[in-house]
Ligand binder design. Sequence first.
Ligand code: DNO
Length: 358
Amino acid sequence: MEMTLRWYGSKHDTVTLEQIRQIPGVTGVITMLYDKQPGDLWTQEEIHALKEEVEAAGLHIAGIESVNVSDAIKAGTADRDKDIATYIECLRNLGKEDIHLVCYNFMPVFDWTRTELARKRADGSTVLAYTQEAVDNLVPEKMFDSIASDMNGTMMPGWEPERMAKVKELFELYKNIDEETLFNNLVYFLKAIMPVCNEYDIKMAIHPDDPAWPVFGLPRIIRSEEKILRLMNAVDDVHNGVTFCAGSYGTSLKNDLPHMIRALKGRVHFAHVRNLKFNTPDDFEEACHLSSDGTFDMYEIVRALYETGFNGPIRPDHGRMIWGEVAMPGYGLYDRALGACYIEGLWEAIEKAETRGF
Ligand code: DNO
């Protein structure tokens, strides 16, 4: 595995490449062209410039999160083939720049959904949190306003103001799309892009729906072992793979995370490792990465990755806001750096126990 950190680019991130380089064990970043809208072309020159900037800081691009998929592709409208052609061009340009991992999601309208971005915990840190009750009491158009004020002056991924201005229109677009149609649209998209992925050895890694159930009546299809395996079988190519996001699949306590990792052996290309603390099954908050602080057994999650031969990038995921840091909620430096070291410690202990035979 390679330890990495997500970085939003020098224009948007409060964390610098120089700081990332000093986190023990971190050698790569997961990044993107943050100003691109879904459906935009990423030129080779733009990708090259980003790559040079990262490499000048002594790091490398370990993967892209995300080349976002347009609503035309997700909803299967008349424009989808045009957008797929552009997506293929983006992949080709990434491949030419020697980038071989692309994370994406297939969630309609909203990317990940949290109802609080700064819930205060007993130790004074603040974290992202979710309660089903809050979602049930909110009209979808107000969702953006309700979180915009907590973004600490940053732009949250998946919550770009341009997109949110069109929320009503987007809901209209998905009015007649059920889970089966969305699934078929995803398969259509994957089948169309597999040739370029094979040509350039680009591993596509779908991010699960977060939370792992339908919100605001929108269909959500990547949320359980059964559903993700169905997708793996529908397009049975190693380039059709998975971002195993523990915190997203883990929102449903029915998901047995280590079991899922084992079931997906060979298809997990990227891992987001983080912990959640459930107060009730409908109310959870994002803990620090340690097992003892949350609900998941992080040792078992890392062990399942190790035992299935996972050799892609891992990134610590959302961190708490601690030590007075002001950053994009979930994406500050300090707590994610602590998370990276903790995961590295687990990995080293598991690896040494395995190779030394105790
Ligand atoms: C949130 C992230 C997601 C993720 C996308 C992948 O913090 O995990 O926004 O990057 O769903 O496309």
